[in-house]
Write a protein that binds this ligand. Structure first.
Ligand code: PEP
Length: 262
């Protein structure tokens, strides 16, 4: 029913940022919101590098229950303050159906993470929340399963869904996940929805974020989402994949040059 590829708009009226076929949207920010200062600094780094949407987790779905789980509502308040300070719309993850309303109250876009990509009740709830959704691919999901997860959201009346390839589980331990770069054109051929790439969570290593971002742009992705942190060495979550300094400058340059690369 959708012969043309869709554009999803993120942010408040007058400040909306497009994700779709006419551009490559650059989303960046800290993996986790740790403090007001850290989030503001990360957002300023992201904006200086050319990012137009801020990412940051207030609810963190960690493998270990003893790892930092996020600041919750306090983190959402920090994100809202940083949006005011920087003008960047905010995408943040919701991990529990009970939190959908509060996350939708603060965020401009709701993220469904890889671990919840088959949580059908949560998918239906974000489908009714009235905000665009960033849907990560489940780490063991086939493309069909990923698209059906999007259907659970769309079926509740929300067609503003952006798909995000973030790597899948394979036998290869050199990277945390294996970025399935071919998924981008495969999904673009099968669906009207925008498709972006998360090289940070795919690789788990900052040295691979720039090359994988280049690959994403070259293969036709509609955007990239990357982790940045002012002090990755003390990050409470996923520090080894966070960009700063030279790597972030390199990524900024690659993003500015994307029209020549495609
Ligand atoms: C994230 O983006 O913060 C995250 C946890 O990603 P994923 O669900 O892809 O692991």
């Amino acid at each position: 029913h959708h012969p043309d590829r869709s554009t999803v708009w993120v942010g408040r009226p007058g400040q909306q940022v497009p994700i779709g076929p006419d551009t490559v949207t650059f989303i960046a920010g800290p993996c986790a919101v740790e403090s007001a200062q850290q989030t503001l600094e990360a957002a300023q780094m992201a904006r200086s590098a050319g990012a137009t949407i801020l990412r940051g987790g207030a609810y963190k779905p960690r493998t270990s229950p003893y790892a930092f789980q996020g600041l919750g509502v306090a983190g959402l308040e920090i994100l809202a303050d940083v949006r005011e300070a920087t003008g960047l719309p905010v995408v943040t993850e919701v991990v529990d159906v009970r939190d959908v309303a509060v996350v939708a109250e603060y965020a401009d876009m709701l993220q469904i993470g890889t671990r919840n990509a088959a949580n059908f009740g949560l998918l239906q709830a974000v489908g009714e929340a009235g905000k665009p959704v960033l849907l990560k691919r489940g780490m063991t999901a086939t493309i069909e399963e990923w698209l059906m997860a999007a259907e659970y959201i769309a079926q509740r009346g929300n067609l503003d869904v952006v798909l995000c390839e973030r790597g899948i589980r394979t036998f290869e331990p050199a990277t945390r996940n294996t970025l399935d770069i071919s998924a981008v054109p495969v999904v673009q051929a099968a669906s009207h929805l925008p498709v972006i790439v998360d090289p940070s969570h795919a690789a788990g290593r900052k040295d691979l974020v720039v090359p994988l971002s280049r690959a994403a742009i070259a293969v036709g992705a509609d955007g990239v989402i990357v982790d940045v942190h002012p002090k990755p060495e003390v990050a409470l979550c996923d520090g080894p994949q966070a960009l700063e300094g030279a790597e972030l400058r390199e990524l900024a340059q690659a993003m500015r040059r994307f029209p020549e690369l495609v």
